[in-house]
Design a binder for this molecule. Structure first.
Ligand SMILES: Cc1ncc(COP(=O)(O)O)c(C=O)c1O
Length: 422
């Protein structure tokens, strides 16, 4: 855990020290232009300790797991299963076998929709999602709804684009809701739905709950056991780990009852000509060679997260979002998507700038080293609700500074000026 940041409770975050952990920060993206990275919601930068853990695995023990009886394979297996244990401890899960390594959040949600959905959904049953969801938490449910005859219901947002618990309650009136699948944080507006309340009300009414923690986990811990969720999913690359790996948490009773979606090596105990016996958890859902170095990198990312002072990080990110609303909101023609208040919001600003297309904006900002995102951010239903085809997004992480946000505001102001002169 060479690069972990430890600051005392109550102390501010040592941002310069954090920034030194992330190689591209402070570097020039082209001559004379240094990077300002505001695209962490798409993928977070990786600290040196994660890069080193992946390199070490590749260079020193690039063996397959579980199968070999030689020293390199034993080392790889130990590190791979060690990563699972680290994730379990971070999520407050006693039994690491309840954590399945997947390719990411998308695959994890597809696994639940395919396997749990096929087992549990009947014609007329309902799955509840919200207008805030990423396509990863919509399309798999659309697919299984079509296949089983179930219905997909949306929690409509309020006028201010807040999560509406009254609208949520109304969806339960006919007693047909079997699954509530909700994001922990919108990847467009940064809004955090009231997760505790959603879980409590859903479970009280006998529905299962899945949390899409892809955005939230980089900013707040998720106590899956404490919350009592049925499933939770996240991607390593959004929590400072490598791409290509993610995690599905499932309650043991669900995972035991569910059928695997992929068949092949490792997920079987015994194979005969015409049938096979499934392996124990978690292997039952991990067919084939898993993303070994990536999972080990995720373990290092969890070490990194564990080494942080979470209160200091939360205060820093709060300061970032408040500053962003203030200085970006002051740019002429700048419109924030979602509530103007930063209360209950993660460090993500979805926006439009009058008279510019988000893609042009992103290209122009790139000239001054500013990386933002433009498009529909895989949230087309939310954009349809907003009545716009696309938007721009600046997303922040613990390594960003208020000075960088000032730079973004200045660059947006210059673009506005440039366009006025045309
Ligand atoms: C809220 C949310 N859910 C799911 C995903 C999908 O994550 P992945 O592409 O890593 O599977 C994303 C990615 O941006 C996201 O923001």
């Amino acid at each position: 855990m060479a690069d972990a940041v430890v600051s005392g409770v109550g102390a501010g975050l040592d941002v310069e020290r954090v920034r030194a952990d992330f190689p591209p920060l402070g570097e020039e993206v082209r001559p004379g232009v240094s990077l300002r990275y505001f695209d962490s919601a798409a993928t977070a930068l990786k600290p040196r300790s994660v890069i080193e853990a992946v390199r070490e695995c590749m260079a020193e023990y690039p063996a397959n797991v579980h199968r070999g009886l030689h020293v390199l394979s034993e080392r790889a297996t130990e590190a791979f299963e060690g990563a699972r244990m680290k994730v379990a401890a971070y999520l407050g899960v006693d039994d690491p076998a309840q954590l399945i390594f997947t390719r990411g959040t998308t695959e994890a949600i597809n696994l639940v929709a395919r396997s749990w959905g096929k087992l549990s959904l009947r014609p007329g049953d309902a799955i509840v999602v919200s207008e805030l969801e990423h396509h990863a938490n919509l399309v798999p449910w659309q697919m299984i709804a079509r296949e089983t005859g179930a219905e997909l219901r949306y929690v409509e947002l309020t006028e201010e684009l807040e999560y509406d618990l009254d609208a949520f309650d109304r969806l339960f009136d006919d007693g047909r809701v079997r699954m509530v699948a909700t994001t922990g944080m919108s990847n467009v507006t940064g809004i955090r739905p009231p997760i505790e309340e959603i879980v409590r009300r859903s479970r009280e009414r006998g529905a299962r709950v899945l949390i899409d923690a892809a955005q939230s986990l980089a900013h707040e811990r998720l106590d899956v056991a404490g919350l009592g969720v049925d499933f939770a999913a996240f991607s390593a690359h959004k929590v400072f780990g490598p791409t290509g790996v993610g995690v599905l948490y499932g309650r043991r009773e669900h995972l035991e009852a569910m059928e695997p979606v992929l068949g092949g090596g490792n997920m079987v105990l015994r194979v005969e000509r015409h049938r096979a016996v499934w392996n124990e958890l978690p292997d039952k859902f991990e067919a084939g060679t898993p993303p070994i170095a990536e999972a080990i990198g995720l373990g290092a990312a969890v070490d990194y997260l564990e080494g942080l002072d979470h209160q200091a990080v939360a205060r820093h990110e709060r300061a970032l979002i408040e500053h962003a609303h203030q200085v970006l909101g002051a740019v002429e023609g700048f419109r924030i998507l979602g509530p103007r208040s930063t209360a209950g919001k993660g460090p993500i600003v979805g926006f439009t700038l009058d008279g510019t297309h988000p893609h042009d904006l992103s290209h122009l900002l790139d000239r001054s080293g500013v990386a933002i995102r433009a498009g529909h951010h895989c949230a087309m239903p939310l954009h349809a609700r907003l009545g716009i085809p696309a938007s721009a997004r600046a997303s922040f992480a613990l390594y960003n500074t208020t000075e960088e946000i000032d730079h973004l505001a200045g660059a947006l102001g210059s673009i506005k000026g440039l366009l006025r002169r045309r």
